[in-house]
Design a protein around this ligand. Structure first.
Ligand code: PBG
Length: 327
């Protein structure tokens, strides 16, 4: 008989499997998204995202303490304001919900790395990520407001700015705005490749940010396109992005892989709300093994090239890793 490869030799027991394992999920890979709301005493679960809550500032403390206890290094802050208007002015209000949340978190846990999502859709009454003029989302006038938002977030103490609005030129504009205000050391994690995806459904319920007319297809990317993702990322690199993000995750790991191959910046992936909701729903029905499914997904994102994973599963993953679960 011709000799054949015995791949199973390196799978015989956990010792050798762990010695040859190519990718690992670590707690330091994780970024946990948080939704902050106005008011007092609010800790309300988002129905389509079991385990994820809206927090008012006073209740945010306990959540942040838990995140820090679990060793998760970073949070991403989304604000859900009470007041919305045509130009999203509560996004760049020095006393806006996000600005207050950042100040509070940094005061309590200066070492926790706070990332601000920079977008207008939660703050505009029409729910679009930019300014609407003659029924269209106007690119260049939106940039001005996004810069104001980013600068006010940095002023409140954000460690990093993560612009998710998909206007052209947003990285260049925000970089210039931050630099001119003295924030040369604040990095930009660009949502460089963000698809017009149905996977954001539960988030839009959570953030009250569904567009009131039309959709986001004139600024977010067509799910059918991969080469275009490279152009999007290349322009953000050129404009000075410090990290690149791909969003959503699961259905776009090919894009993540291509970006990692092509560019030498760190790459993050956003495991978005409907990815989370699908896993949770199946788990609650007893149809899947939640721990194993989630860890397999996290591992797949690492294998595809993710340096960082933004995920609503972060607290569970941190707990399971601490308990010795292999990822
Ligand atoms: C804001 C924004 C969205 C998400 C993150 N930032 C929604 C959208 O573009 O409609 C989605 C996150 C998720 O689904 O978990 N522009």
């Amino acid at each position: 008989m011709k000799p054949f490869a015995r791949h199973r030799r390196l799978r015989r027991n956990e010792a050798i499997r762990s010695m040859v394992r190519e990718h690992h999920v670590q707690v330091t890979d994780l970024i946990y998204p948080l939704f902050v709301v106005e008011g007092n005493g609010v800790k309300e679960e988002i129905p389509s995202m079991p385990g994820v809550c809206h927090f008012s500032l006073d209740r945010l403390d306990e959540e942040i303490d838990e995140v820090v206890d679990l060793g998760i290094p970073s949070v991403l802050i989304f604000g859900v304001p009470n007041e919305k208007d045509a130009c999203g002015s509560s996004a760049y209000d020095e006393n806006g919900i996000v600005q207050r949340a950042i100040r509070r978190i940094k005061e309590r846990h200066p070492g926790l790395y706070v990332i601000a999502d920079t977008c207008l859709c939660q703050y505009t009454d029409h729910g679009h990520c930019g300014v609407v003029e003659d029924g269209e989302i106007d690119n260049d006038s939106s940039l001005e407001l996004l810069v104001k938002t980013a600068v006010s977030q940095a002023r409140a103490g954000a460690d990093m700015i993560a612009p998710s609005n998909m206007m052209d030129g947003f990285v260049a504009a925000i970089r210039q705005g931050l630099d001119e205000s003295g924030f040369t050391n604040i990095p930009i994690m660009s949502y460089a490749v963000k698809y017009a995806s149905a996977f954001y459904g539960p988030f839009r319920d959570a953030a009250h940010s569904a567009p009131q007319f039309g959709d986001r297809r004139t600024y977010q990317m067509d799910p059918a396109n991969a080469r275009e993702a490279l152009r999007e990322a290349a322009s953000d690199v050129e404009e000075g992005a410090d990290l690149l993000m791909v969003k959503p995750g699961m259905a776009y790991l090919d894009i993540l892989y291509r970006l990692k191959e092509r560019f030498d910046l760190p790459v993050a992936v956003y495991n978005v709300s409907a990815e989370y909701a699908m896993v949770k729903a199946a788990a609650q029905n007893g149809w899947i093994d939640e721990q194993r499914i989630v860890m397999e997904l996290m591992t797949a994102m690492k294998r595809a090239g993710a340096d960082l994973i933004l995920t609503y599963h972060a607290k569970d993953v941190a707990r399971w890793l601490r308990g010795g679960m292999i990822g």
